[in-house]
Design a protein around this ligand. Structure first.
Ligand code: AMP
Length: 281
C-alpha cells in the first residue's frame, strides 16, 4: 500500500497511468479506524477502481478545541488495517498540505441542511466538512466517494457539494455497521467507560426497534416513551431526536404514508457526543 503524505506526491500518484485508466474510488476518514470504516473500503474495492483512503483530522469541522484534542489517534493500527484490507493507497497529509494558505475558509451554500439537527447544534461543522472535502476532491479527482450513512446529514451535505461542484462524482452511502450490542461503531466509542458504552447501546437498541414499533404508535408517542426511557439511564443526555423525510431531511411530525423516513438522534453518553439514525424501510 502506498502511503502518501505530501500534496505534490498525491498529484503525481493520481497521474500514474494505471490510476488514470482505472479511476479512483475515495474513502475519506479521520482515522482511529474500526470495522465500520473497513466496510467502506470493502465496498470501494468491489468497484474495481484504485482505492484511496485518507486519514486527516480536519480541525475546521470541530466546534470545541477540547473535542479536537481528545479525538483518538491510532496511526499504526490504521495503516495496518488498511493494508490488511488491501486498500491501494492512503493519503495522510499534515495540515499545511490541505490548507497551504492557512485558514482561508470558503463559504459553501448548503441551504437548510446547515441550519437543522447537526447544523444547529454544531455551528460551522458542515462548512468545515465541505471545505476539506472540496479540497480533497479537487486534488484527488475521484470517480466515486464512499461515505457512511451513519453520518446521514453529512452524506446529504456531500451530495449537495457534489451537485454544485462535482456533477460527475458518484456519491455512495454505505450502511451503518454496528457492534453486537447495537451501538453504531464510531471512533468516539473508545472514549466510553463500560457503563457509558452499555447505556449508549441501550439507546441504539431503542432506535433499532423502530422498524416494528413504528406501526403501533405515533412518532410523538414513541419519542416521549423513548425520552422517558433515556431519563432512566444516568449517563445519557439526549440532544435531539427527530423524524425527517429521508430524501430532503425535512422535519416530519409523524410517519409518512409515502416515501421513506429517517429518525436522527444526537446524545451524550458521559462526556462523549454520539450520533445515530435509523432509516425506516
Ligand atoms: P470518520 O472517520 O468518523 O470521519 O468517518 C469516516 C467515514 O466512515 C464516514 O463516511 C463515516 O460516515 C463512516 N463511518 C463511520 N462509522 C461508521 C459505521 N459504524 N458504519 C459505516 N460507516 C461508518
Amino acid at each position: 500500500m502506498e502511503i502518501i503524505t505530501k500534496r505534490e506526491d498525491l498529484l503525481a500518484w493520481k497521474s500514474q497511468s494505471s490510476n488514470q485508466a482505472k479511476g479512483i474510488t475515495f474513502v475519506p476518514t479521520m482515522g482511529a479506524l474500526h470495522a465500520g470504516h473497513m466496510s467502506l473500503i470493502e465496498l470501494a474495492l468491489h468497484r474495481g477502481r484504485t482505492v484511496l483512503s485518507s486519514i486527516f483530522i480536519n480541525p475546521l469541522q470541530f466546534n470545541h478545541a477540547g473535542d479536537l484534542a481528545a479525538y483518538p489517534k491510532t496511526p499504526e493500527s490504521d495503516l495496518h488495517m488498511l493494508q490488511h484490507a488491501c486498500c491501494d493507497a492512503v493519503y495522510m497529509p499534515e495540515y499545511n498540505q490541505v490548507y497551504p494558505e492557512g485558514i482561508a475558509v470558503e463559504h459553501f451554500d448548503l441551504g437548510e441542511l446547515e441550519e437543522r439537527l447537526e447544523g444547529a447544534f454544531r455551528p460551522g461543522h458542515f462548512q468545515g466538512v465541505a471545505n476539506v472535502l472540496y479540497r480533497l476532491f479537487k486534488d484527488i479527482e475521484p470517480a466515486e466517494v464512499v461515505l457512511g450513512l451513519k453520518d446521514y446529514q453529512q452524506f446529504m451535505v456531500v451530495q449537495e457539494l457534489g451537485r454544485q461542484h462535482f456533477p460527475a462524482l458518484q456519491i455512495t452511502g454505505a450502511p451503518t455497521l454496528r457492534e453486537e450490542s447495537g451501538l453504531a461503531m464510531s471512533s468516539r466509542n473508545r472514549r466510553l467507560s463500560v457503563a457509558e458504552h452499555q447505556q449508549a447501546s441501550f439507546v441504539a437498541q431503542q432506535l433499532m426497534r423502530l422498524q416494528e414499533v413504528h406501526r403501533t404508535m405515533s412518532f410523538e408517542t414513541w419519542k416521549s416513551q423513548f425520552l422517558v426511557f433515556c431519563q432512566t439511564l444516568p449517563s445519557i443526555r439526549v440532544e435531539y431526536v427527530e423524524l425527517a423525510e429521508q430524501k430532503s431531511l425535512r422535519q416530519l411530525t409523524d410517519w409518512p404514508n409515502e416515501g421513506k423516513a429517517v429518525v436522527l438522534i444526537a446524545f451524550y453518553s458521559g462526556a462523549t457526543r454520539l450520533i445515530d439514525n435509523f432509516i425506516l424501510a
